[in-house]
Structures are given as structure tokens and as C-alpha cells.
Design a protein around this ligand. Sequence first.
Ligand code: COI
Length: 357
Amino acid sequence: MNMETSTNTVDIQKAATSKIENTDFNNLAFGQVFTDHMMICDYKDGAWQTPKIRPYGPLEMDPSAKVFHYGQAVFEGMKAFKDEKDQIWLFRPEDNFDRINKSSERLAIPAFPKEHFFAGMEELLKLEKDWIKKGFGNSLYIRPFVIATEAGVSAAPAKEYKFMIICSPAQAYYSGEVRVQFSEKYSRAADGGVGFAKAAGNYAAQFYPTNLAKEEGFQQIIWTDASSHDYLEEAGTMNIFFRIGDKLITAPTNDRILDGITRKSIISLAKEFNIDLEVRRVSVKEIVDAAKNGELKEIFGSGTATVVNPIVGFGHGGEKYDLPKLEDSYAGFFKDKLTKIQYNQAEDKFNWRYLVK
Ligand code: COI
């Protein structure tokens, strides 16, 4: 029997039992275990309906639903953190809200209302609060997404959608060392395309080239510009920063690069702590030259799932380059600053934290 309650804006049916006792929180592979509930909001007759929270479980959909055929799907990645007083915090959630609607607009999906986004997510997080564990490195990964559910294979935007949120307790995204290959053949995004959007298909398109890179000993690809492959852009699951001497460089966002929330937080922190950071195009040649003459100190990725992830080496033109192991890395510095803000252990000068009440 499910228990039914409702708030002003969210229709809630609680799960009769919880899976939490069977979850090993010390051994979590990223995105494998999901919590007891999910949020669902349907779009039909030209409007988003009342958001619902239901026990987590499979969806029933028509096999001709447009998401299966034309990939009309976008998503977000967010995290909830618990502090020492058991308060639950989100990090810059308004930016995720804005971004999912930017992604939706590009895929001809109707914008999702802000009040539904926040009411649905907060009710869900309150129900799942025991799934959020305290301590650095523990979080609840939140995955909002939208899919086109209308039946019919005519190639046109759907008239029906589901906006959903599912949650997964998380620790590290990458469990081992990360080596990257600079892309010389394949591309992730093109001018005028959907690279800036968190469109599901952007990720599918990376799997095959990434598998090839894995066969050569790399975990990820750093995507280069599609026309010349001369400029380094982003890593697909992360934005990317390079440190030459004491200068940090990251590519400017454009319609091929995701406007990462962790990326822009690092840029703000660099300004606050007077770290020399240039937002400009980064050429493959510049990085390879700097690696050869010893000036390349670090490469690191940034993203919600991974936070800040050091890269231990890269490959290009058939050569492999190792990066030095630094005691006082910028990657470590930014990870420490960011996580202390996220877990409510440092002052939040930029007003990034959002308390779930
Ligand atoms: C995130 O950092 O939330 C991402 O979107 C990466 C994801 C593909 C796991």
C-alpha cells in the first residue's frame, strides 16, 4: 500500500518499503543505485500538469514514442549535500534550471516552469533525506531530464513529454587515474549544433570514439574544434583547464561547449584568489609544446559529477605525455574551496548555496 499525501503543488505517493537498508554506501559505483522515489511531471494539451512523486520504478511507454526514434531528450546533473547539522544544500540550482530550459529550447521541447522544478525537487529531497550521507565526497546525485513521450514516428517535435527527476547516492565519478586523448578525427559538436546543450545524443555520440581511446589506454577524450582539430574544447563529461607555469587557461564557452556550472565557479574563485586565469582558445600545439618543455603543470576537468578531476597524462599524434604530480596543485586547491562551500563549511561569498527547507 502506498501512502498518499499532497502539498500545495506536488502530488505525493510514498513507497511502501525502502531499499536503503540494502544499499552499501561505502561501495557506490556512480549512478547504479537509485533512491525510493522519483518526480514526474507530464506535458499534455499544451501545458505542464501537476508534478507527482511516485515510488521509483519502470515507465510504460509506447514503442513509437519520439524519444526512442529522434532523441528528443535533455538532462541535467546536480548534487545535494548534507552538512554537520543535517541541513541539505544544493549548489547553484537556479543555473541548472536555466540550463535545462536552454537545452530544451534547442531541442524544441517546451520550457519547464520554475515553481514545478523547485517544488518537485525539494519535496523529493525531503523524502530521500536519509539517502544523503554526510562527509566530503558523499552526495546525492540528482538527475532531472525531459523526454518526448508522444507516440508516433513522424519526424516533428512531440506534443507530449515527461519531465522527471531521479536521484542516486554518489561518491567519486572516476574511480582511478584519468588519462585523456586529444581528438584528431572525431568531433563532439559543430558550430550551430547542440554542443552547448545537455542533449542526450551528445553523450551517445561520444561513446564509440571513447571506446577507441580506451583501447589505447585513455579514459576520456578532449574534444577539439570540428573544423581544424587544432583547439581544445571540452571533455564531454567535464570542462577542461590547463596550467602552464602558474597561468590557468580554459576555452571560452560557445555553441559547441557546455556552459559548466563548476567551470564558471572555478573562474570566479580564481578571480577571488588572484590566480592568473585566461579564458581564451587553447591550441593543441601550445599544450604539446608546454608538455615538451616542462611548462605544462596540470590539466584538470571540472563538472558536477566529478567536481574537479586531475588528469595524469594525455595522448596526441601517437605520443603519450605524463603530467607531473604536484603537492600544491590548482586542482586540489579548487576542489577544496568548492567542496567546503558545497558542504557548508566555508563562507558562501557568491551566494551559491541553496538550503532545502
Ligand atoms: C555531470 O557532471 O553531471 C554530467 O553531466 C556528467 C555526466 C555525463 C555524468
